[in-house]
Write a protein that binds this ligand. Structure first.
Ligand code: FEO
Length: 401
């Protein structure tokens, strides 16, 4: 008979998988779905940690009922109010009218805004706790990871950190909520893509939250995010390393070459730059045609790798439009400390290369060489220049070894 998964004897996983949405936040593709994780602690009192998307309320309630039958839920701990987690709160409250909704000051403002709920709430602050019996919950504020009201919740008996979106991932939990291996590597790509798309702007706040967790010296057995796998404490060093890297914009050796191309000339230029990088001994080189590539994959790799090269045609006396969208995504995420090169193409008004050069300066990135300019598809005149740009980027990357 199906049993709701258990993390410990008294902590149950009652989250759900969503494989129906094609895009998370209607922006980011989720070909492998996403999970909305929720946890039920059963003691003298019953506490639910976070909720789920409203579309999945029915299966969510079935899981809860399977665990506690007709027992009431005493507390809902709201670590994060974004509707992928808070969407089902109104329905939960209809079902459990005496449930006490627990959050910080900012949570309660949002609870009223989203759900019109002002009664039977409980405000908590860092260091305060709620005793359920043998289990005790305490709270650690983690503002802007990635909303202002976010907090983490720690359960001291079973040593679980409920970390809201932090350490979360795209991808449904296919048949199993646990990461059984010792390595988080199978999940790193989707964790990084999730971070780059959703949390990417808030690196300094993530740093602060990580410091808060480390300083608190929590005795941990499990780390339970609101998305993706349940982690064991053996994964914690890898989780902290990954989050430290992405939140400090630490780029690893490698290059992303992003280009737009209307008739293929600029694409050839991009391939020549990429060949210059790879021929010089850099193994991680990723090329993306901006017209077809998904921005979330580009953002993921920009967060992963140290070098970025952008190129594209002049279009209506400006830059090829899809590249301007990507520029805005990078600008919003305040991507720092990149090695940068660029190239542009044109037929009669050479605007693209200037716009791309100025963008690198605006971002404070370390520019390599000057922008390669391709006129009217005459590749032979710039082929060596483009190859040299690639070589120079590679040499700069290798200087960090
Ligand atoms: Fe998973 Fe920020 O919500």
């Amino acid at each position: 008979m199906f049993q709701v998964p258990k993390i410990t004897d008294s902590v149950y996983y009652v989250g759900v998988n969503d494989r129906s949405k094609t895009k998370f936040e209607n922006m980011w593709p989720i070909p492998h779905g996403v999970s909305y994780n929720s946890y039920l602690i059963v003691d003298e009192k019953v506490a639910l940690i976070d909720c789920v998307d409203v579309c999945y309320a029915d299966i969510f309630f079935h899981k809860i009922t399977q665990v506690i039958g007709d027992r009431p839920i005493d507390y809902l701990i709201i670590d994060h109010m974004e509707p992928d987690h808070s969407g089902a709160i109104s329905l939960l409250r209809q079902r459990y009218p005496n449930i006490r909704l627990v959050g910080n000051k900012k949570t309660l403002v949002m609870l009223e805004g989203y759900h019109g709920i002002t009664e039977n709430t409980m405000e908590v602050k860092t260091g305060e706790s709620i005793r359920l019996g043998s289990h005790e919950l305490s709270f650690l504020m983690a503002p802007m990871v990635h909303w202002p009201e976010v907090m983490f919740c720690y359960e001291q008996k079973d040593k679980i950190l409920f970390s809201a979106d932090a350490f979360g991932s795209f991808g449904a939990n296919d048949g199993d909520i646990f990461c059984h291996g010792d390595s988080i590597d199978p999940y790193k790509e989707e964790m990084t893509r999730y971070y780059a798309c959703i949390v990417g702007k808030y690196g300094p706040f993530v740093q602060k939250a990580l410091k808060g967790v480390i300083d608190a010296q929590l005795d941990l057995e499990y780390i339970c995010s609101t998305h993706g796998k349940v982690w064991g404490v053996r994964h914690l060093p890898q989780l902290l390393e990954l989050y430290n890297d992405v939140s400090t914009y630490k780029g690893h050796e490698g290059a992303v070459v992003v280009y737009g191309s209307m008739y293929g000339h600029t694409e050839q230029l991009a391939d020549i730059v990429a060949a210059g990088i790879a021929d010089s001994g850099i193994r991680n080189v990723k090329c993306y045609n901006i017209s077809f590539a998904d921005p979330s994959e580009i953002l993921r790799d920009v967060f992963k790798y140290k070098a970025l090269v952008m190129g594209g045609p002049t279009y209506s006396n400006g830059l090829f439009t899809p590249l301007t969208t990507l520029m805005e995504m990078l600008r919003v995420r305040e991507v720092k400390d990149r090695i940068y090169g660029c190239f542009g193409s044109f037929s009669w008004a050479g605007k693209a290369s200037g716009i791309l050069s100025a963008f690198g300066e605006e971002m404070g990135w370390e520019g390599i060489g000057s922008a390669v300019q391709l006129k009217q598809g005459d590749l032979t005149s710039v082929i060596n220049e483009a190859y040299t740009l690639g070589q120079d980027i590679a040499e700069r990357l290798k200087a960090d070894r």
